[in-house]
Design a protein around this ligand. Structure first.
Ligand SMILES: *[C@@H]1O[C@H](CO)[C@@H](O)[C@H](O)[C@H]1NC(C)=O
Length: 106
């Protein structure tokens, strides 16, 4: 019985140490710039390859009517699909024509 318990413990320890350890994800880059003219840029990149970046500006900054000022945002985000292992990349523009994403997987 003792031998069986000892064997079970050894087997369990072996199993646990053989299991893939979750990688600790760290921040590689984290930048944010906001300018007086309303333009901005942010970048966040993680050690597992996940990233998100976005930049924006006012397309017609001299337009006196605030209703007619157009905010344009361009960005992208990228991550690994845990099910398929594929890298999913979404690039988008959001402007007066709406949100226009373009998705790619590889
Ligand atoms: C990135 O930096 C900003 C400003 O220093 C901070 O507020 C934010 O929490 C940071 N993001 C992460 C994911 O740590």
């Amino acid at each position: 019985m003792k031998l069986l318990v000892a064997f079970a413990i050894v087997a369990f320890v072996g199993y646990v140490s053989a299991a893939p350890k979750p990688q600790e994800v760290t921040i590689v880059q984290n930048e944010s710039v906001i300018n007086e003219d309303g333009s901005f840029r942010t970048v966040l990149e993680l050690s597992d390859g996940t990233s998100i970046s976005q930049s924006g500006k006012i397309k017609n900054p001299t337009e006196p009517d605030p209703e007619k000022k157009i905010q344009v945002i361009e960005g992208s985000y990228k991550f690994t699909d845990a099910k398929t292992g594929e890298v999913v990349n979404v690039k988008y523009v959001a402007d007066e024509n709406g949100y226009q994403p373009v998705l790619s997987r590889k």
